[in-house]
Design a protein around this ligand. Sequence first.
Ligand SMILES: Nc1nc2c(ncn2[C@@H]2O[C@H](COP(=O)(O)OP(=O)(O)O)[C@@H](O)[C@H]2O)c(=O)[nH]1
Ligand SMILES: [Mg+2]
Length: 339
Amino acid sequence: MNPWERLKPPLKIEDIEEIGFQKASREANKIPYKSKVETARKREMTRVRVLYRFINTNLLRALKILDVYFETHQFYRDLINLYYPENEIKRIHKRFLKLVSALEDIKNEYLEKINSSNSPDEMRKYRRVAQGKFATFLHRIKEDMEFVLKLYRYARRLPSIDPEGVTFLVAGPPNTGKSTLVNILSTAKTKTASYPFTTKDIFVGHIEHRYFKAQIIDTPGLLDRSLSERNEIELKAIYALKNLRGDILYLFDISPEAYYPISNQINIYREISKEFENRELIPIANKIDSPDEGKYKELKEVFGERLIEISCLKGIGINKLRELLLNRIEKFYLEKLSR
Ligand SMILES: Nc1nc2c(ncn2[C@@H]2O[C@H](COP(=O)(O)OP(=O)(O)O)[C@@H](O)[C@H]2O)c(=O)[nH]1
Ligand SMILES: [Mg+2]
């Protein structure tokens, strides 16, 4: 599961300030009048306490977002680090941790002052000073809070997968039928998510085995063309996939309308195979319902018996492929159990 998906984000600093101040005075006004001094005391203390709690809640939410980064799988950390460097995350995490107690100190100091005063004017003065300190506090963390919020917005849209489980990646040039295949093979309804450098949303599906579950994800814009055309940060986004376990299903388009000539499709296959050397690549010829005989023959010559032949459109070869994947899932889990 995407570890940020269910977190509640903090508010923006401006909103914490505005809403916090309003809430604090609203709560204070609810306190019924008893006597001048006692009511003033209760009201001023409430204003400080409510404002403190509101800021603190938001600060803790920000901290939680960063905590998750440190606890999560390397797969997610690599994706975060494409835009949010680890040293910056560490710095803000450390700073916010300290601020939690600094904030509490301010609250305690001024609650104490108001509590031991007997003059409503003085109480009001203390409350105002506390409010000023809280406001300064908020302004100081504005930039870091922006950083955390941006990180969160990016992180929660990342694909929701279990990096400890089996994940089949569906690769291949554009238009080879990757999305179609993910949809056909998935039992549970597929979810869409975004992945860095993919312009289209990607599909994350699930394949269910009697005892085990696996994920299957589409990779539009990632494993669809030569890696030599990629810049450094794009390569990092692609290499984050190396943290996952499971085979790569590589689709070839053998129809006359194929996006790339077959030699080119084979080259991309080889590059991926070299780069993901610890992963098995399964060569799959799709669109055998409308083959270009020359392309079909060439692929068969290169891969021989290993070539899986399917038609997503006509449903040919799909059951056989599903069988193969279920066997692979079983094998992965048995290996894991025996370790
Ligand atoms: N003839 C034929 N067309 C297919 C087959 N599988 C997918 N397509 C078509 O190929 C096009 C691209 O499919 P899509 O799944 O979007 O490819 P992707 O870009 O790799 O995700 C769509 O128009 C599909 O309907 C197939 O087995 N045979
Ligand atoms: Mg697609």
